[in-house]
Design a protein around this ligand. Structure first.
Ligand SMILES: NC(=O)c1ccc[n+]([C@@H]2O[C@H](COP(=O)([O-])OP(=O)(O)OC[C@H]3O[C@@H](n4cnc5c(N)ncnc54)[C@H](O)[C@@H]3O)[C@@H](O)[C@H]2O)c1
Length: 309
């Protein structure tokens, strides 16, 4: 291919559209991607399939899982998996071996922002439920990936952390930032313990991404939350030095690199894909963030009313 020529241009355009570069960077690999029916991880699924991987998508949104399987009948299998359950996590890893013959990559992106209590109001139950989603699931995902990855001679694990764990966001909660911070340390420990097995462990640190998670944060229904990302641009443009929201494709590139053999000598580190948030977080008061979110919610609700009229 001639650099800058028409094929180079087509390649660049297909990459910008989030279709991967179709060069088979993950050919022959089998991945489990948690949270893969929505937001950031949905973009990773598209990329992984385009790059030749077979993918088990693990999530609790069963209807969206069925849509994904229908879209990629040869390449995607859906696992109904609540990441708070060790049995469900183990069954998901086993599914990768049964359906596609092995497991090479785990991308753990599923997360929830359901729990927002401050210390004074915190119950043990809320803490346990929050951390079982946001931290324990990472530990158990790693635990149950080891056997299948050992049978392939190694593997790559990519954990989704958050910029909020290092550089607090006004909208974040205690359980979220504490667990996401621990994910960064878990990454280092797991990389150390599993290096002899040729299993690499790295983390990605997202900044602000316009995804349905923001709707969940303010208690929007799932339908409304799914439409809100279209209305978060104004909020995103002032949230970090690069004046736009991150797109799933931004993290799809990073996780393709970390999942592939291109990063064969990279382990125990984290990669910020955050528009510069780690160097500077603009001071946006919590009230302003909440006002942006409420406006986006109202617009999404109006869309649904117009659609149903
Ligand atoms: N959106 C952002 O600005 C942002 C910023 C920093 C970090 N992150 C991280 O990126 C990752 C992806 O988030 P997103 O923004 O795409 O969110 P999202 O809400 O679009 O996707 C999260 C997915 O996780 C699934 N999920 C939730 N609880 C689950 C459970 N118990 N079992 C199985 N699946 C479950 C949801 O069904 C959903 O499909 C998360 O780890 C999140 O913490 C996001």
């Amino acid at each position: 291919m001639v650099a800058g020529g028409p094929s180079d241009y087509r390649l660049k355009m297909s990459m910008r559209e989030g279709k991967g570069c179709g060069m088979g960077r993950l050919s022959g690999k089998v991945a489990v991607i948690t949270g893969g029916v929505s937001g950031i991880a949905r973009g990773i699924v598209d990329f992984y399939v385009a790059e030749g991987a077979k993918v088990v998508v693990a999530d609790i949104q069963v209807d969206k899982g069925a849509v994904l399987e229908a879209q990629f009948p040869e390449s995607v299998a859906f696992s109904r998996c609540d990441i708070r359950s060790e049995d469900a996590i183990a069954a998901t890893m086993a599914m990768a071996e049964e359906r596609f013959g092995g497991l090479d990559i785990l991308v753990h992106a599923a997360a929830s922002v359901d729990h927002k209590a401050k210390f004074v109001d915190l119950t043990s139950e809320a803490w346990d439920d929050g951390q079982s989603t946001l931290l324990r699931s990472h530990v158990l995902g790693i635990k149950h990936a080891i056997g299948p990855m050992n049978r392939r001679g190694g593997g790559s694990i990519v954990l989704l952390a958050s910029a909020a764990s290092e550089n607090f966001s006004p909208a974040a909660s205690m359980v979220y930032v504490v667990c996401k911070g621990a994910v960064l340390y878990l990454t280092r420990w797991a990389a150390f313990e599993l290096a002899a097995d040729n299993i690499r462990v790295n983390a990605i640190v997202p900044g602000f991404y316009a995804t349905p998670m923001w709707g969940q944060l303010i208690g929007a229904s799932k339908d409304v939350a799914d439409l809100m990302p279209a209305y978060l641009d104004e909020m995103a443009s002032g949230s970090q030095p690069l004046p736009r929201a991150g797109k799933p494709v931004d993290i799809a590139y990073a996780s393709t690199y970390l999942g592939s053999d291109e990063s064969a000598f990279v382990t125990g580190t984290h990669l910020a894909v955050d528009g510069g948030l780690s160097i500077f977080r603009p001071s946006v008061p919590r009230e302003k963030v909440m006002a942006y979110l409420e406006t986006a919610k109202a617009r999404a609700e109006a869309d649904i009313q117009a659609r149903d009229r």
